[in-house]
Design a protein around this ligand. Structure first.
Ligand SMILES: [Zn+2]
Ligand SMILES: [Zn+2]
Ligand SMILES: [Zn+2]
Ligand SMILES: [Zn+2]
Ligand SMILES: [Zn+2]
Length: 400
């Protein structure tokens, strides 16, 4: 920064350096700021009896602010300091003005800060002169040289380094470059770069849109295809899938999100989802292991011959009751009871072994084994479904 600018800034902050003083008729000791040691600028005095010290407005204000900040700090630490003290007499600073100081200041004459200016300036006109002095220089936006401010406009119209914009490619460059170096090839090159950037932005936006479209396509696909959800290699066929939430996080894989209400039965009812379906021809053994993550109500495990919800043929509930629906009777009858129950955190194995005696359940290591004989299977038609069913909202299970 040039010295001139530094001095201008000094006027906004502290006082005028003593080096700028022209006449020595005045006793300068009275007109010196005790904080910055320069000639007082916009003076303010301490109004305490026998003090009357004068300071530059900027100097005393910064001093008091600093003191305030310090005393808040000390207060926080539990010690109390006298804030707002005069730096001279140490008593509370009472702001006042002393006319004599102003009279004395008005008698001094100062040198201009701008080089080449030979004017002697009365104190009261100093600020005005500094700003408007004919010798004041400003920096050229192009070549960075300091030029007399009243010549600057003229200089900048001629300066070869002044920044200008190409009207075709809108690149900003020094005037000399635009006139002698920037040919149509440079221009086209810049235009390409701009278009490239635009294309890249568009492409990024396209990728984001594509992701969103894929997500919704998949979601809509699921809705159109009914209830088939392929997840972690299991096929889930749900009847009232709105009530179930399938997730692929590790906590749970299926969770009942709200209670279901059966309007025919006029009460809350179980809803279930099919884990898989099997054809009686070519039947092989199936096995699942599941952990009961949350279980307030019943877990039903069952087998049914139809995909429709009301025709469940066998069920096992959390009490270990094995129920079978009798022919021509809509009610389930307990046909067996096992001596264990299902509880939260349990891992149970659910196994279908075909061509054996129907629905064998063992309690060893909490395995449930569903077995069917050939006749039983024929009664069930050519396909059957195995299912899990949860009763209460929030109940969840995880397939292992
Ligand atoms: Zn000062
Ligand atoms: Zn004082
Ligand atoms: Zn001047
Ligand atoms: Zn210039
Ligand atoms: Zn251009």
């Amino acid at each position: 920064m040039q010295q001139e600018e530094a001095v201008e800034q000094m006027l906004e902050q502290g006082g005028i350096p003593i080096s700028q003083l022209c006449n020595s008729r005045v006793n300068i000791d009275l007109l010196q700021c005790p904080i910055c040691f320069n000639i007082l600028w916009k003076p303010i005095a301490c109004g305490q009896d026998r003090c009357f010290s004068s300071f530059c407005q900027f100097c005393i204000e910064s001093w008091l602010n600093q003191k305030n900040a310090q005393s808040t700090l000390e207060e926080e630490e539990g010690t109390f300091a006298n804030e707002n003290n005069c730096p001279k007499c140490k008593r509370v600073f009472i702001k006042t003005e002393i006319p004599l100081v102003k009279v004395l200041l008005s008698q001094i004459e100062l040198k201009c800060v701008h080089q080449d200016c030979i004017q002697v300036i009365p104190y009261e006109e100093y600020e005005n002169h500094i700003i408007n002095c004919k010798e004041k220089k400003k920096q050229c936006r192009g070549c960075q040289q300091y030029i007399l401010q009243n010549k600057l406009e003229e200089h900048e119209t001629e300066c070869s380094q002044i920044p200008v914009e190409c009207q075709k490619c809108h690149k900003i460059m020094p005037k000399i470059e635009l006139e002698f170096k920037h040919d149509k090839y440079n221009c086209i090159d810049n235009l390409f770069k701009i278009q490239d950037q635009k294309l890249e932005n568009l492409y990024n936006q396209y990728l984001i849109c594509d992701d969103i479209i894929n997500y919704y396509e998949e979601k809509i696909g699921r809705m159109i295809n009914g209830d088939l959800i392929v997840l972690n290699e299991y096929n889930f066929f749900t009847i009232f899938n709105a009530n179930y939430q399938f997730t692929n996080d590790n906590l749970y894989i299926a969770r009942l999100v709200r209670n279901s209400y059966n309007y025919n039965k006029q009460k809350n009812d179980f809803l279930h989802f099919y884990v898989d379906y099997h054809f009686t021809t070519g039947l092989e053994g199936y096995e699942w292991r599941t952990r009961l993550i949350r279980l307030r109500g019943n877990l039903l495990i069952g087998v049914c011959s139809s995909q429709l919800s009301n025709s469940v043929d066998f069920i096992v509930n959390r009490l270990g009751e094995v129920k079978k629906k009798e022919e021509n009777d809509n009610r389930y009858h307990i046909i067996r009871k096992v001596n264990f129950t299902f509880g939260e955190g349990d891992v149970i194995r659910f196994q279908i072994l075909p061509f054996m005696q129907c629905l064998r359940i063992t309690n060893e290591t909490r395995h449930l084994t569903f077995c069917f004989n050939r006749n039983e299977l024929q009664e069930m038609g050519d396909q059957y479904f195995s299912f899990f069913s949860l009763e209460y909202q929030g109940d969840a299970l995880q397939f292992l």
